[in-house]
Structures are given as structure tokens and as C-alpha cells.
Write a protein that binds this ligand. Structure first.
Ligand code: FE2
Length: 215
């Protein structure tokens, strides 16, 4: 057997958020209602019709979302997450987080690559609702060879199992397998986005994004 070490890789943490521990259906109904009221996108970088609350929370056209119950769940999740990080000292670690945005996407919607620098250490995506054919967050391979390696070593690239995360370094991007109610936490420096939703699904794709940082 061979020992496997990943050098300069991005740790992506995944956990489950129990839907029975907060008012999931209420949150979904407000988000779906807001979606039905029309486009909501105040951030040019994401130039598709993806519906998002970011930088538009004060818009009276849409109902505001009360995250109080969800925050109680997140408090525990992030507390556990921080406790399991590897620090170079013992003792208390101070941290905080914000729920940043909810995103509703439908056929032909996408979100361009972006990161959550400079204010945060980790970014989080909670998959509140996924329909048939919906996939997780797409991560960009930002190694300098990320967009040309496959052109030079095509035999290797075409031979390796492209679903296995250990092979992710080979490809330009990688999309993690996730299910509804999963949450992923990843370094804020990671370039990520939503791949274009190709087909009409039975449900809207709805996610909540948060930012987490040491203080
Ligand atoms: Fe993001």
C-alpha cells in the first residue's frame, strides 16, 4: 500500500444539516415566493438570472428572510467545525459568521467564479433544496497547470476516473457530489461558482451561503 498525502490541496468539509431542527419549509416558501416576484441580482459579476438576496436585503419588493432558528443550528455546526481545526496553540478560539445570501436558480442560471476574500477565512454553502439533475458547487483548479495539463498529458487525463476526488488536480474544475441538506465549508480563497443549470428540474435549486472567520 502507499501512503497518500495531499500537498497544497483545498480541504472541503461536508456535514449534514438536519431539516427537522429549524423552520426549513418556512424559509423555502419565502425564498420561492420572492423568486416568483421577479429577478433579484444586484451583483454584476453574477450575470445570469440567478436570484439572490446579496446586497439587496433592504429591497421592500421582497420579503425578508428570518434566519433566527437556522442560526441556532449553524452556531453548533461552526463551533464543532472550529474545534476540529488544527491550531498551533491550545485554548479558546474566537470566531464569528454571517449568513450572506440565499440563491435561487433555475434552468440556464449560473454563477461565475468568485472567492470570499478578503474579509473571511471560510465560506459555506448549505444546499437547502436540490431537484433532479442539480449538482453541487463547482471549484476551479487554480494550480498554474489547471487549464493546460490535460492538453499535454491527454492519455493520463482521459484514463483517470474523473469522479474520484483524488484525481481533481488533473481537471480544470471539479464539482463535488452533494445532496439536499448537505453543507460544505471551504477556504474563502477557493474560486467557486455554479455550473449552468442545463435542464429544467422538478424543483428550484436553493442554497444559503455564509462566511466564517476567526476574530
Ligand atoms: Fe460564494
Amino acid at each position: 500500500m502507499f501512503q497518500t498525502d495531499i500537498l497544497f490541496g483545498l480541504p472541503i468539509y461536508k456535514t449534514k444539516i438536519d431539516p427537522d431542527t429549524y423552520d426549513k419549509e418556512k424559509l423555502l416558501s419565502i425564498m420561492k415566493k420572492n423568486y416568483s416576484l421577479g429577478p433579484r441580482n444586484n451583483f454584476d459579476e453574477y450575470n445570469s438570472n440567478v436570484h439572490m438576496s446579496f446586497a439587496d436585503e433592504k429591497n421592500k419588493k421582497f420579503k425578508s428572510v428570518n434566519y433566527t432558528k437556522l442560526k441556532k443550528v449553524y452556531d453548533n455546526v461552526f463551533d464543532n467545525f472550529i474545534k476540529n481545526l488544527k491550531f498551533n496553540y491550545d485554548g479558546a478560539v474566537n470566531w464569528t459568521y454571517d449568513i450572506l445570501n440565499y440563491t435561487v436558480s433555475n434552468k440556464d442560471d449560473y454563477m461565475n467564479y468568485h472567492n470570499h476574500l478578503p474579509k473571511d477565512d471560510f465560506a459555506c454553502v448549505h444546499y437547502l433544496q436540490l431537484g433532479k439533475g442539480h449538482i453541487g458547487t463547482k471549484f476551479k483548479n487554480t494550480h498554474t497547470f489547471g487549464n493546460y495539463f490535460k492538453l499535454i498529458r491527454s492519455k493520463l487525463c482521459n484514463s483517470m476516473n474523473n469522479m474520484n476526488k483524488i484525481n481533481s488536480y488533473i481537471y480544470e474544475d471539479f464539482t463535488l457530489d452533494v445532496e439536499e441538506d448537505d453543507m460544505i465549508i471551504f477556504p474563502s480563497v477557493a474560486e467557486h461558482g455554479i455550473k449552468k443549470v442545463d435542464k429544467l428540474s422538478d424543483k428550484l435549486r436553493i442554497t444559503i451561503a455564509s462566511n466564517l472567520r476567526l476574530v
